[in-house]
Design a protein around this ligand. Structure first.
Ligand SMILES: NC(=O)c1ccc[n+]([C@@H]2O[C@H](COP(=O)([O-])OP(=O)(O)OC[C@H]3O[C@@H](n4cnc5c(N)ncnc54)[C@H](O)[C@@H]3O)[C@@H](O)[C@H]2O)c1
Length: 251
């Protein structure tokens, strides 16, 4: 039997890139996947791919910056599938390549509201359903460890997601919920657009990797997330798994 048969998963930002790869990997392991995205059309495209590969999925258009919309999205998932077993807080948006002294209030709003705020919105709305065996995976970034220049709103927002992950792991272990994070590196559309505009950044990123290739959103990132939310990771919580070809090392 597939490891996630009978489980229901929410993947935020599942309409593209890494979120699509995670949705496909979880769907192939038997989970019913709620693909949440600001962009309904891309969420539907992911659903079509999950269904084509033999899985179950449905799309939910939601702006994750809006806590009432998040509550309604979680209620819709529970209505459709009966519960939520797995939450992957993947979506995030930020303006990058901005010198710190030029970071605007809007930049901070965007990064923090799509990052740690939205992650808390989803975690608290899902909590009653996650109790007794639920799994949460939050998306962090190696740029946080590196202190990447030009990422003055993104990096602190991701650092907050790291703190959230550790506190939630401590609080929710007693409820049978594991909370972990991953730091990926993959050529998502966002990363692709970035590297097309700045090819020198891709060369520099690859030269910094121990394994000299970009990650695959499904085979590398999605499969690792499937492990973290599956039965073999029952005793793993509060951890951050680097899935970045050895680009950054924790600890
Ligand atoms: N790509 C990488 O190599 C990399 C590296 C480190 C961390 N990450 C993290 O991994 C995650 C996925 O990255 P990606 O490169 O696939 O990103 P991406 O920008 O390609 O995709 C993000 C998805 O989130 C959705 N989204 C954005 N704002 C939203 C909102 N307000 N409400 C709902 N959905 C919204 C977008 O529509 C998109 O489908 C992010 O948290 C990112 O910070 C990615």
């Amino acid at each position: 039997m597939s490891a996630l048969q009978g489980k229901t998963a929410i993947v935020t930002g599942g309409g593209g890139g890494i979120g699509r790869g995670i949705s496909l990997a979880l769907g192939k392991e038997g989970a019913s996947v709620a693909v949440v995205d600001l962009d309904a059309a891309t969420a539907e495209a992911t659903v079509a791919q999950v269904v084509d590969s033999g899985g179950k999925a449905f799309a939910l258009a939601c702006d994750i910056r809006d806590s009432a919309a998040v509550d309604a999205a979680v209620a819709a998932v529970v209505d459709r599938f009966g519960t939520v077993d797995i939450l992957v807080n993947n979506a995030m948006a930020a303006r990058t390549h901005v010198p710190l002294e030029e970071v605007t209030d809007e930049d901070l709003e965007l990064a923090f509201r799509t990052g740690p705020f939205a992650s808390v919105y989803f975690m608290r709305a899902c909590f009653p359903h996650l109790k007794g065996g639920g799994r949460v995976v939050n998306l962090r970034s190696g740029s946080e460890i590196q202190g990447l220049p030009g990422y003055g709103s993104y990096v602190p927002a991701k650092a907050a997601v790291g703190g959230l992950t550790r506190t939630a792991a401590r609080e929710w272990g007693a409820h049978g919920i594991t909370v972990n994070a991953v730091c990926p590196f993959a050529l998502s559309p966002a990363a692709q657009a970035h590297f097309e505009a700045r090819p020198e950044d891709l060369a520099s990123a690859l030269s910094n990797l121990s394994i000299k290739r970009t990650g695959d959103p499904e085979a590398d990132i999605g499969r690792a997330v499937a492990f973290l939310v599956g039965p073999d990771a029952d005793f793993i919580t509060g951890c951050t798994l680097m899935i970045d070809g050895g680009g950054s090392f924790l600890g």
